[in-house]
Design a protein around this ligand. Structure first.
Ligand code: SF4
Ligand code: SF4
Length: 232
């Protein structure tokens, strides 16, 4: 999932200042699951904005709602005309992709982010989410027992450990496990330790580079009528 953190309330209050009709919109997928941006959090944030406005003697209309996925236009389009009519500003609790998708569709209304998008990760218990994938574009998990060295090794090493690991912990941060220790243990359980002898060639880092602009995925087949009819 995409993991995101709440922005400080003061920053959000600055962004909504001067607007009279505000929609606080949660996203009920990733940011809801990481407990920062679902409909429940949208309602809490709307209450905080209302409370501050009352203290300041202002009276904006603040409503809260949530939709399934803000990053997918099909979940948004049925509401757009209504939002355009009723709100001057949308405060989005989606990830950066959701905020931008909504902003593109609501072209004559500002959309501002209530969250800081952090990483792709998973829940590890005890209220902790951990980064698992950097979306590098050239996945090596098949070689590494399903544990990502690009993300979870502090040095991003692809061909084994650096040699500094102590007792299974990373030398860069002893609070974190050494990714290559985890990979070794996992491959041992799988009976695949010989895989450690395979040379992992340099990755296609060009697929990870941001200096060529945003990456994209294109599937022309989904535009064919046969695909739409479910024949393909
Ligand atoms: S190798 Fe790349 S795509 Fe695969 S999990 Fe790691 S960062 Fe993500
Ligand atoms: S100790 Fe392990 S995780 Fe840390 S940098 Fe070295 S190989 Fe990577």
């Amino acid at each position: 999932m995409i993991v995101a953190n709440e922005k400080p309330l003061e920053e959000i209050l600055r962004m909504v200042q001067g607007y009279k009709r505000i929609l606080v919109l949660g996203c009920n997928t990733c940011t809801a699951v990481c407990l920062s941006g679902g409909e429940r959090e949208a309602r809490q944030l709307a209450s905080q904005i209302r409370a501050k406005a009352m203290i300041d003697g202002e009276g904006p209309q603040v409503e809260a709602s949530g939709i399934e996925r803000q990053c997918e236009p099909e979940f948004l389009t049925e509401y757009l005309d209504d939002w355009r009519e009723r709100f001057d500003l949308v405060v989005s609790l989606a990830c950066g992709a959701g905020v931008q998708t909504l902003a593109e569709l609501l072209e004559d209304r500002p959309v501002v982010p209530a969250l800081n998008t952090a990483f792709i990760g998973s829940y590890q218990g005890d209220g902790t989410w951990v980064e698992m994938c950097k979306a590098c574009g050239d996945c090596v998990l098949e070689r590494t027992g399903g544990i990502c060295p690009v993300t979870r090794c502090a040095k991003g090493l692809l061909n084994g450990p650096c040699g500094g690991s102590q007792g299974g912990s990373c030398e860069v941060d002893p609070e974190k496990p050494c990714a290559w220790h985890l990979i070794y243990e996992r491959l041992k359980r799988l009976g695949q330790l010989e895989r450690l002898r395979e040379f992992v060639p340099p990755k296609r880092w060009a697929l990870d580079r941001k200096d060529g602009g945003p990456r994209k995925r294109v599937r022309r087949d989904v535009t064919l009528p046969a695909f739409r009819k479910g024949v393909l």
